[in-house]
Design a protein around this ligand. Structure first.
Ligand SMILES: Cc1cn([C@H]2C[C@H](O)[C@@H](COP(=O)(O)OP(=O)(O)OP(=O)(O)O)O2)c(=O)[nH]c1=O
Length: 188
């Protein structure tokens, strides 16, 4: 059985869509980037910490992830205010940025992890577009302040790489990691 160490509704939805049965155990991990840590190191470390922060039986496969948005070396996490969301979207509009998701599988004292990267391009949004989107409330529990699978979908002109990685879980890469760890769908 897969144990999803996440409270993200999007991560649950992606596992459900992929037909991977799971239960949820929510880790209590503080998401603070360490000085000098690259964005890749940050998301991979957090995914590992989340996977290690939940109890699991030897036969269970723990899955955890952490997503962040990087543009011009700036790491954009979840906006804490409408003003912060407006600032993020202003930085993202009319250009390409990268979404990184660190993903971790833990099984029987063994840990596998990696970072999947997807390039996303935004249309040139007007200030009015950005203000309306920020006022929608959608940005607030999303890294980078947008949801490619939500209202922001009408603003995304190009995706290069795994789409589900942007939403929060690179499910094809995760499935390869699960199989490498000995997971089989027949196990349920
Ligand atoms: C970029 C982007 C992010 N997101 C979401 C996915 C994640 O839920 C969130 C990134 O925050 P995370 O800190 O990775 O995850 P989380 O806090 O939501 O959940 P947990 O730590 O318990 O696993 O942003 C989207 O839903 N759509 C998008 O387009």
């Amino acid at each position: 059985m897969i144990v999803l160490a996440s409270q993200s509704p999007r991560r649950k939805e992606i596992l459900r869509m992929a037909g991977l049965p799971f239960t949820v155990r929510v880790p209590g991990v503080e998401e603070v980037r360490q000085a000098g840590e690259t964005a890749h190191q940050y998301v991979e470390r957090l995914a590992r910490e989340k996977a290690l922060a939940v109890d699991a039986l030897p036969q269970e496969f723990v899955v955890a992830a952490d997503t962040t948005v990087v543009v011009d070396e700036h790491v954009l996490e979840k906006p804490a205010s409408e003003a912060e969301a407006i600032g993020m979207l202003t930085r993202l509009r009319g250009r390409q940025h990268v979404v990184l998701t660190g993903v971790c599988v833990r099984h029987n004292h063994q840990v596998w992890s990696g970072v999947e990267s997807t390039a996303v391009t935004f249309a040139p949004l007007t200030d009015a577009d950005i203000q309306a989107y920020a006022a929608s409330g959608e940005p607030f529990d999303k890294a980078g302040g947008y949801a490619i699978q939500g209202l922001a979908s009408k603003y995304i002109t190009r995706v290069e790489g795994c789409f589900f990685n942007v939403v929060g879980l690179p499910v094809a890469r995760l499935y390869e990691m699960l199989k490498a760890a000995g997971y089989s769908l027949a196990l349920g």
